[in-house]
Design a protein around this ligand. Structure first.
Ligand code: PEP
Ligand code: MG
Length: 754
């Protein structure tokens, strides 16, 4: 950077600082800034537009008509100012009226000014407003001038965040982050919670955005960078990474960035121009976040995320917030984070009342852990990490996938009423715990629970489940940084059987690949991972891991009955091979003198439509079959279960899917092969009822769903449900849902959630 440019912007910042030290409150400060910038840049106009909701408001001006202040408003995207806010890019022109998107606001008197230069006022990728200068004559603003204006905009952004422009007068701006904020996200885990925000990333407060001794500031930056590099090296050198949230790829990316000369040079340039080291880091972070929002390549996005996380660490060092005791978790804490790893979430554990993530996906590991812990979770809640601050009141509605931050009292009241109703229903369901799921006309259905973490097991007893119908063994692998070895696995499986206390547990062998990539496994670049090398395909091709797991399961059982099933079996041969592998291991263990279970059942998961049409011999050889409805449905409709655009496009109660399930139930019945349904849909009362009407008699679901499903089944006549479904099918309906819904609405029973 040319030295002159830095000196000029430093002089400008110094003037600004002196003037602001004398200025009083909100509006006066804004007015001072526009005066000084206009004078320094020899501009006839300087204006500050700040974002209020979805609009930009002219909040201060030198040069435009005073009566337009707090009157002129435009939508983000409207006019040149709106375009700057929308794109987070500067705009300059010598001939504003003919520039693309120009819009004229007559009350401002701006028709006199031909030249226009505007830059975004942004903080951490969040556009808070726009800073503009204008001149009458055609003027080509230089790069130095753009740079100086950007530096001032950084300072304005920091001050706005600190509430420096707010005041009590009617025209003053409301304090930032005090207004209610509502976000509609996606359901991650049902349930509702009221509490206070706990930010996963510590909040960084910068009290002095300007610094006029660049030497001292540069020294601070380098000292902090040294500490940062040491920290990263220490994490990399740490053999056991199991307790830290990061894994090796991320750490390597961090090391690369921490030594990146370009990054450090840009930080130094910002300091040279008069910004404090922290603001220099934030400036780079803003640029990274803007880039991030435009990149769709998942790998590059991940790396930009890594850089963002590293910047946060550097900021924590610079602001001294890395020493803060982070062990203190407030009562009723609702965790707010951009995203979180499963290990980190387990560390918080049940101390959280709810979780809100800005990103995340339904099948992510964090979502799986939240489900295991039964903590309400909303994912993809837009801008929540920008809006929320520690201790803000917050309501999380995991059923609707919505979040109310700093809610108005009437919203909070309605929410509490809903929570009371839920609690009442829970009590009613709990009363059914030891009663069978028998319909009014006498058909009994067995209800089991899905599990995947030790944390799930304590709820087995209270849920009223007959056992664990699906134990997803990969979760224990996913939350670890290294492969758990055979003896450790065996101890773990033994503990699960101990905790189940005699109730049956169906262990599913590792289902990895697709979205479930182990941290220590080399990621396979596959064009379509859900249809790729996953689950039993990996197990059969890499026998070592499968065999070790089977040995561990046999040893963990210590002679107790054992149920094992293989995921994602697409054809008979795969099942035959996997079954043979297990019988070989049984023989081998017996020979080694280990106690082997006398009673062992070997099953297959039916998750691809192909297996429904397998030869009869498959149904005869399988001791049981478990329908993995999540996968089966995505392959039946060719609709990615993780893709929000299509995930809900096809109703589970679509007549084609109903008929398909009926066919599977019938084939299993013909061969007397026990069959259960263990996808998420089994936990939805109306779906479970429809499946039972199609002939299925065993379901496995989240523990919390057992009560509502049992309650509905006990309230209805199954043959009547079947009649309604058949009628809907015969009538050409696409889904049996409307007919079932209409019928259930006529049933007089409380708490029927349909
Ligand atoms: C399923 O596909 O329905 C299933 C139970 O397995 P997962 O959700 O673990 O893929
Ligand atoms: Mg599956």
């Amino acid at each position: 950077m040319p030295h002159r440019q830095a000196v000029e912007s430093r002089v400008l910042l110094k003037r600004l600082r002196d003037a602001l030290a004398e200025a009083g409150q909100g509006q006066e400060r804004l007015d001072r800034i526009t005066d000084i910038v206009a004078a320094s840049l020899v501009a006839e106009v300087c204006s500050i537009y700040l974002r209020v909701g979805d609009e930009l408001e002219l909040c201060a001006t030198t040069g435009l008509k005073a009566e337009a202040v707090h009157r002129t408003r435009m939508r983000v995207s409207q006019g040149l100012v709106g375009r700057i806010a929308e794109t987070a890019e500067p705009v300059k022109t010598k001939d504003a009226p003919s520039a693309r998107g120009f819009r004229y606001f007559p009350e401002t008197g701006e028709e006199l000014y031909a030249s226009f230069l505007g830059v975004p006022i942004q903080r951490l990728g969040d556009v808070l407003g726009v800073l503009v200068v204008q001149n009458r004559a055609a003027r080509d603003y230089s790069d130095d001038e753009i740079y100086a204006l950007e530096v001032v905009a950084m300072v304005i952004a920091e001050m706005a965040e600190l509430g420096a422009f707010t005041g009590t007068a009617e025209t003053d701006l409301p304090a930032p982050h005090r207004m209610p904020y509502f976000a509609r996200g996606v359901v991650g885990q049902e349930g509702a919670a009221e509490g206070v925000v706990l930010m996963h990333d510590p909040e960084i407060v910068i009290t002095n955005p300007m610094a006029d001794d660049p030497e001292a500031e540069r020294a601070r930056l380098h000292e902090a960078l040294e500490r940062l590099r040491d920290e990263v090296d220490r994490l990399i050198g740490d053999d056991d990474l199991s307790d830290s949230g990061e894994h090796r790829d991320v750490l390597n990316a961090w090391r690369m960035f921490a030594h990146d000369k370009g990054w450090v040079r840009r930080l130094e340039e910002s300091i040279e121009s008069g910004l404090a080291a922290e603001v220099a880091v934030e400036r780079e972070q803003s640029a990274t976040r803007t880039r991030m929002s435009r990149i769709s390549d998942p790998y590059l996005r991940e790396r930009l995320h890594d850089l963002d996380d590293l910047s946060n660490r550097l900021l924590r060092i610079l602001t001294g917030s890395d020493h803060l005791a982070d062990g203190a978790i407030p009562e009723k804490a609702i965790l707010v984070a951009r995203n979180i790893g499963p290990g980190e979430l387990l560390d918080y554990g049940r101390r959280l009342s709810g979780i809100v993530l800005e990103e995340g996906s339904v099948g992510s590991h964090a979502a799986i852990v939240a489900r295991a812990l039964a903590i309400p979770l909303v994912i993809q809640a837009e801008r929540i990490t920008h809006e929320a601050h520690n201790s803000d009141p917050i309501l999380v509605d995991g059923d609707g996938g919505v979040v109310h931050l700093r809610p108005e009292e009437n919203v909070a009241e309605a929410f509490r009423a809903k929570m009371d109703m839920l609690a009442e229903a829970q009590e009613a369901f709990a009363a059914l715990r030891d009663k069978p799921a028998t319909t009014r006309d006498g058909t009994t259905v067995s209800l089991f629970m899905n599990a995947g973490l030790m944390a799930d097991l304590p709820s087995l007893k209270g849920s009223g489940a007959e056992g664990v119908g699906l134990y997803r063994t990969e979760l224990q692998f996913l939350v670890r940084r290294t492969v758990p070895q055979r003896e450790e696995q065996a101890r773990f499986y033994a503990r699960i059987l101990d905790a189940a206390d005699g109730k049956p547990v169906t262990f599913r062998t590792l289902d990895i690949g697709s979205d479930k990539v182990l941290p220590y496994m080399k990621r396979q670049e596959e064009p379509n991972p859900a249809l790729g090398w996953r689950a039993i395909r990996v197990g059969l091709d890499r026998r070592g891991v499968l065999r070790m797991q089977l040995q561990a399961l046999i040893r963990g059982a210590k002679g107790r009955p054992l149920k094992i099933m293989f995921p994602f079996v697409a054809q008979f041969d795969e099942f035959r091979a996997a079954r043979a592998c297990l019988t070989d291991e049984l023989e081998r263990e017996r020979k080694l003198g280990h106690e082997v279970p006398e009673n062992i059942e070997i099953g297959a998961m039916l998750e691809t439509p192909s297996l429904a049409f397998a030869p009869d011999q498959f149904f005869q050889l399988a001791d049981f079959i478990s329908i993995g409805g999540n996968d089966l449905k995505q392959f039946f409709f060719a609709a990615d279960r993780e893709n929000e655009l299509v995930r809900r496009r096809y109703d589970t109660l679509n007549v084609s899917f109903m008929s398909f399930l009926e066919l599977i139930a019938r084939r299993c019945d013909e061969h007397r092969t026990p069959v259960s349904f263990c996808g998420e849909d089994a936990g939805r009362p109306m779906e479970a009822l429809a499946f039972a009407a199609m002939g299925l008699r065993q379901f496995s679901m989240r523990g919390a769903s057992i009560g509502p499903v049992k309650h509905l089944l006990r309230s209805v006549d199954l043959s009547e449900a079947r009649r309604i479904i058949d009628q809907a099918r015969a009538s050409g309906s696409q889904s049996v849902r409307p007919a079932l819904q209409g019928w259930l609405d006529t049933i007089d029973a409380p708490y029927i959630s349909k």
